[in-house]
Write a protein that binds this ligand. Structure first.
Ligand SMILES: Cc1cc2nc3c(=O)[nH]c(=O)nc-3n(C[C@H](O)[C@H](O)[C@H](O)COP(=O)(O)OP(=O)(O)OC[C@H]3O[C@@H](n4cnc5c(N)ncnc54)[C@H](O)[C@@H]3O)c2cc1C
Ligand code: SF4
Ligand code: SF4
Length: 420
């Protein structure tokens, strides 16, 4: 199957819902809408010229993924075989206690973004926020004040299309920071190959470790569990406000409901599932190798190896991936924006071992797609040979055959809009 329109990208299970195709083509031609599978996907409203479509394909992170170049990744010896470029590694948190409490982990992404804005290194921050009108939805947000950045803090475990506003900001000559999932950052890196404004106008990119992106069905089922319809909600917060933070719902008539992290994601037989999109299952970069700084949860505040049911001040794992990211972390520490403590690579690997199977399984899975006749991600510079070696022949074959069979059974097919 060849990729010749946006619906093929969706129906092949490759779309991540980043929204950069809308940004490239313009809203009158492509709009991000909720698909029959309850994910944000691009609907083609007017036929796309071939040149415009080819450009989208080259920027689309569902289809094209290029790993860090040697000069991006810092000095030789700083790239971990599985966890990617690490120019420095810390445990840390936002010095401001409100930010630390409000953020998803230790509020570090929010503190760093605020530091960049207040030190004049950027004029705006492109990230996401909960929708005020439909609280389970997530909107792209351009923040130009510390308060606005703070309001966007938390992890949104749902579709958000953060990149729909990229060209609006580039055209306005704005210098801005992008915070997004690793695949969102990959889209910006792909764009930089065609648009030289990216280099000067997007001087910093931040991301997070990413366990995959569920559909809108998950929060909708969580609300339904309490007998609440999504149109009755006035607020839906996935987590934050303490670590790991409660999933918190409020209704327009004043009721409120909470679920602990364990109830949400670690309990069996719940009426909801973390239904991550197919692209997440073959993701070569769920740990954000392309950003300047990446943050993750610090599991050292676990109780009995599980996130506790009560909220405590959060801790973040912080990795700088580039020399620029490293300088930024030291600046932010000196200016009092964040607190940093040392962390070893061994602690990182132990805490985030759950990411290893995907980081070493993607070559077999993407090959399984090709052999089954499906389009796949074109992946460059993600240490394919090392991943295959680390996976070993048995797991390689298991992943390859498993993906092949799933595709042949039609399991991965996602429903598009069929309007191209
Ligand atoms: C879908 C998803 C899956 C994750 N999976 C893991 C995991 O497997 N392991 C792990 O250690 N950590 C995971 N995280 C990351 C973790 O939850 C924290 O986001 C991270 O540690 C940063 O915390 P913080 O307190 O520094 O961020 P905050 O200060 O709370 O800032 C978070 C920033 O990220 C932006 N943001 C939030 N959600 C999204 C989104 N969906 N798309 C784009 N931007 C967004 C916000 O707008 C905000 O600017 C995941 C996050 C998400 C969104
Ligand atoms: S991954 Fe992004 S660019 Fe590619 S089709 Fe989906 S929304 Fe568009
Ligand atoms: S797992 Fe990979 S594809 Fe899925 S949302 Fe995260 S970064 Fe994107």
């Amino acid at each position: 199957m060849k990729i010749n329109n946006l619906d093929t990208i969706i129906e092949s299970g490759l779309c991540v819902g980043c929204g950069i195709c809308q940004s490239l083509a313009g809203r009158e031609t492509v709009t991000m809408e909720v698909s029959p599978d309850q994910r944000l996907r691009p609907r083609t409203k007017k036929p796309l010229a071939d040149v415009a479509f080819q450009k989208i394909v080259q920027v689309c992170p569902g289809v094209t993924l290029r790993g860090p170049t040697k000069d991006q990744a810092g000095p030789a010896g700083t790239t971990h075989n599985t966890f990617g470029p690490i120019t420095c590694l810390y445990r840390g948190w936002a010095s401001n206690e409100n930010v630390r409490f409000h953020g998803a982990s230790g509020g570090v992404l929010t503190a760093l973004a605020t530091h960049l804005l207040e030190s004049g290194k950027v004029e705006a921050v492109l990230h996401v926020e909960a929708s005020a009108e439909e609280p389970i939805m997530t909107n792209a947000r351009v923040s130009t004040s510390a308060r606005q950045i703070y309001d966007g803090a938390q992890s949104r475990y749902g579709p958000g299309a953060p990149l729909t506003k990229v060209h609006h900001l580039l055209d306005a000559n704005c210098v801005f920071l992008v915070i997004g999932k690793p695949c969102d950052i990959a889209a910006i890196k792909n764009l930089a190959r065609f648009d030289e404004r990216v280099e000067t106008q997007i001087p910093y990119m931040f991301t997070m470790f990413c366990g995959g992106l569920p559909s809108l069905q998950m929060p909708s089922d969580m609300a339904e569990h309490f007998g609440v319809k999504v149109n009755e909600l006035s607020r839906f917060r996935f987590r934050g406000d303490g670590w790991p933070g409660l999933t918190h719902m409020e209704t327009q008539d004043g009721r409120s409901f909470d679920l602990t992290y364990q109830e949400c994601y670690l309990s069996e037989n719940t009426p909801w599932t973390y239904d991550a999109q197919f692209r997440c299952k073959i993701c070569p970069d769920s740990i954000g190798e392309l950003a300047d700084v990446v943050c993750a949860d610090d599991g050292s505040v676990l109780e009995n190896e599980k996130p506790m049911d009560r909220a405590v001040p959060g801790l973040s794992i912080i990795i700088s991936r580039t020399p620029k990211g490293e300088v930024l972390l030291r600046d932010a520490e000196s200016s009092g924006a964040i607190v940093l403590e040392s962390l070893s690579e061994a602690e990182l690997v132990t805490m985030h071992a759950s990411h290893i199977p995907r980081k070493i399984g993607w070559p077999a899975r993407t090959l399984g797609l090709v052999l089954a006749g499906n389009p796949t991600i074109k992946v460059r510079r993600f240490r394919r040979a090392k991943a295959i070696l680390a996976s070993g022949p048995i797991d390689f074959l298991k992943n390859l055959i498993g993906t092949f069979r799933r595709v042949r059974r039609g399991v991965v097919v996602e429903v598009g809009f069929n309007k191209s």
